[in-house]
Design a protein around this ligand. Structure first.
Ligand code: ATP
Ligand code: MG
Length: 412
């Protein structure tokens, strides 16, 4: 597990805040789900053949002998909560959640064992309109983060469970004679989860797949029509997309629409947000049949992508207040409180003895734009000396009343 140090944490928070703002505007409600669940929930809901459950789950036995797991994703928990609390009774909830997810993966840039997801789920809607609403929300976040040029929306339909079962047979039939030529992972998947082979990033395997049967040919007319409706609605909503006939998702629970935002700017870890429709999941986990659709965004990767943009200036503080001596502290503290109350700026007070040179070094280290200095003269006049730390501008002395004006002017 890793730490997110302050600069990265600020970046993560900024991305999270943007998602939440957009979810709010679409009137999605927050749900909080536990980090630990029964292991069974994931085995049952996500399927053992998925990497996250079969290979990557952190599970253990607790003091009561119960098998528990750190959640590898959020959807199964949201569905469990929905069923346990009867949330779909006379209602069609649209929800969002956030939090850390855990997978025992090989850590590398953009792939961590604890990572942050923010996700949405809408229950009770079978209409293509809701697929599009969900996708539109994701798109809106990328637009507002000015990442639209760095990400591409890929979309596909994987039809019903029956269609996939039929396709699975056709795919096994077509690939088995070629199994020697497949990469090792794909060869294993031929037995466990052949559809995931479509997802392979290995060039040789990709080449072999070109002549393999197409999933679309196994879809029912209804499923094809539904997919065309989704695409049409996306186009009329002005959402750009690329149909990717090889796009499949890792978990068994998906059906019909699946989608993913990918980027070329993060090396091998190219997926930043992924989701789809999962009409069978609520019933599978013991609820009454209820359609569902949602996505989960990988906040760590999106934050990493933001590094490549013109980011807002990072610093721990905006204003650093320096009392020359301890007798000036009370006044310094009252100025700090005044600023905290009347501005949105981040105000840090110097704490600790030392000479002025030393104090000013701390001011600089805080990355603040201004240092506000208070000595005997300032205390007498109830004023402060404003020193610009990031420009050549010469310092001024000002009353506390006038201080706000000076700081605000400088921000514009
Ligand atoms: P990948 O193909 O990269 O392994 P996935 O299909 O396993 O992704 P999902 O389960 O769909 O991922 O999770 C949704 C998003 O969460 C991904 O698109 C990605 O941005 C992020 N994510 C998944 N696993 C990790 C991880 N180990 N570290 C960081 N982010 C992750
Ligand atoms: Mg994965």
């Amino acid at each position: 597990m890793r730490d997110s140090l302050p600069q990265e944490a600020a970046r993560l928070s900024r991305v999270e805040a943007k998602f939440k703002e957009v979810f709010r505007k679409y009137s999605y409600e927050e749900i909080r789900i536990p980090v630990l669940e029964s292991k069974e929930l994931f085995y049952h809901g996500l399927g053992e053949s998925s990497d996250a459950v079969g290979k990557e789950m952190y599970s253990f036995i607790d003091r009561d002998g119960k098998e528990l797991a750190l959640r590898p994703e959020g959807t199964a928990s949201v569905v469990r909560a929905l069923i346990q609390n009867n949330l779909c009774y006379n209602d069609r909830p649209r929800l969002w959640y956030e939090g850390p997810m855990f997978r025992h993966e090989r850590p590398q840039a953009g792939r961590y064992r604890q990572f942050q997801q923010l996700g949405v789920e809408a229950f009770g809607f079978a209409e293509p309109t809701i697929d599009v609403e969900i996708i539109q929300m994701g798109n809106e976040v990328f637009r507002q983060l000015e990442l639209s040029a760095l990400v591409t929306l890929k979309i596909n339909s994987i039809g019903s469970a029956e269609a996939r079962a039929q396709y699975r047979e056709r795919l096994i039939e077509a690939l088995t004679p070629l199994s020697e030529e497949l990469d090792e992972d794909s060869r294993k998947r031929l037995q466990t989860n052949p559809l995931r082979i479509l997802d392979s990033k290995i060039p040789k395997t990709k080449e072999l797949l070109k002549d393999a049967p197409k999933l679309r040919d196994s879809l029912s007319d209804n499923a094809k029509e539904r997919f065309d409706d989704v695409l049409e609605l996306l186009a009329s909503a002005g959402v750009e997309y690329t149909v990717d006939p090889h796009l499949v998702r890792g978990f068994d629970y998906y059906s019909d629409t699946v989608f993913e935002w990918v980027t070329d700017h993060l090396g091998a870890q190219d997926a930043v947000c992924a989701g789809g429709r999962y009409d069978g999941l609520v019933e599978l986990l013991g609820g009454s049949p209820t359609p569902g659709v949602g996505f989960a965004a990988g906040i760590d990767r999106i934050a990493k992508l933001c590094e490549q943009q013109q980011e807002p200036r990072y610093g721990a503080a905006d204003v650093y207040l320096v009392p020359m001596e301890e007798v000036h502290r009370e006044f310094v503290n009252s100025v700090a409180q005044h600023l905290r109350c009347h501005t949105d700026l981040r105000i840090r007070e110097h704490i600790g003895a030392g000479n002025m040179r030393n104090k000013m070094r701390w001011a600089d280290k805080s990355n603040a734009i201004w240092a506000l200095i208070v000595g005997d003269t300032e205390l007498q006049q109830r004023s402060v000396t404003v020193k610009w730390l990031r420009s050549e501008r010469s310092q001024v002395s000002t009353s506390v009343e006038n201080l706000l004006t000076i700081l605000q002017e400088n921000l514009e």
